[in-house]
Unconditional design. Structure first.
Length: 314
């Protein structure tokens, strides 16, 4: 299930596992019944699951979580278009997981609280594996352009870059650093962290790194989730992790491409398209819209298309 095998040749500018393939990931605390998940008796309909050993469990529960994970990984079998990750707690936990039989069948790892200073500790453990990984930006360094540029330079090494599926944004951790919690009924973009996310987009996306949207922590507010997903989509943040199975379908519905967008993207990508042309009463300019068009086609291939806006239903 790992995104690559040792010895293969890759385009260094393309990830071995694209973020859109992964889709909406569901976080599952590693103290839960993981055995039923790997056997397909639970959450079989969810493409991507992250077994979490970090903030979702207490420090005192870590030994039990690791033993639970060890038993589950021994039974893990590859399933087409199904991805299983582990969010480790720290480099020491990454060592423990890599020692477990079956860990080689994981799709990869979510690395918490990553910055330029600690990334080498993770990379030294992952360098000789074939796993993809998703660093999470959720420390005070995320507020600093210099710190993020330093991290970007480390991740831009060809042999590292091809292993980075996306960069996750830890919205709740960033708010915590400000002594805040997201207010009910407001998107993360209506908090001070909204400006931070905007800067992260400009610091990483032009260099080819995909960013994932923060989780939405309220389970009884579909309207605000829909509003936030619209902004996630407009800002090019994909995928968005889920904290409950009910959120997964809602999230992936928003990543379905409107049929009119797909039609425009296909026209832009057509060989021989004029430098500027009118389509659906908008200006289409392949020189500037080409990257957008490629993204739309990839999203349509993974999530499908729609003719109505899911925000209306919400």
């Amino acid at each position: 299930m790992s995104g690559a095998s040792n010895g293969a040749t890759f385009d260094p500018h393309e990830p071995i596992l694209d973020a859109r393939q992964v889709g909406a990931c569901l976080y599952v605390p590693a103290v839960r019944d993981l055995d039923a998940v790997v056997r397909g008796e639970r959450l079989a309909e969810i493409a991507s699951v992250i077994f979490c050993t970090e903030d979702s469990i207490d420090e005192s529960d870590l030994p039990r979580a690791l033993e639970n994970l060890r038993c589950a990984l021994a039974r893990l079998e590859p399933i087409p278009d199904r991805y299983r990750f582990v969010r480790v707690r720290n480099p020491w936990v990454l060592d423990r997981v890599l020692e477990m039989p079956g860990s080689e069948r994981l799709s990869g790892f979510v690395l918490p609280k990553v910055h330029a200073g600690n990334f080498p500790e993770y990379w030294s453990r992952l360098e000789h594996t074939s796993h993809a990984f998703m660093p999470t930006l959720e420390t005070r360094e995320a507020f600093s352009e210099a710190a993020m540029v330093a991290l970007r330079e480390k991740l831009s090494d060809d042999k590292i870059r091809q292993r980075v599926t996306c960069l996750r944004i830890g919205g709740n951790d960033l708010l915590s650093l400000l002594g805040l919690r997201r207010p009910r009924g407001k998107t993360v973009y209506q908090t001070p962290v909204g400006d931070v996310i905007a800067r992260l987009v400009t610091w990483f996306r032009p260099w080819g790194f995909q960013l994932a949207a923060p989780v939405f922590e309220y389970l009884d507010d579909a309207g605000t989730l829909a509003e936030e997903l619209e902004i996630d989509r407009d800002w090019g943040l994909c995928p968005k992790a889920a904290i409950h199975p009910d959120q997964v379908a809602r999230i992936e519905e928003f990543y379905r491409v409107h049929r009119s967008e797909l039609d425009a993207a296909v026209r832009i990508l057509e060989a021989g398209s004029r430098a500027v042309f009118r389509f659906q009463d908008s200006m289409c300019e392949p020189a500037t819209h080409l990257n957008w068009a490629r993204t739309v086609v990839m999203a349509a291939d993974r999530f499908g298309t729609r003719t109505a806006d899911p925000a209306d239903a919400a």
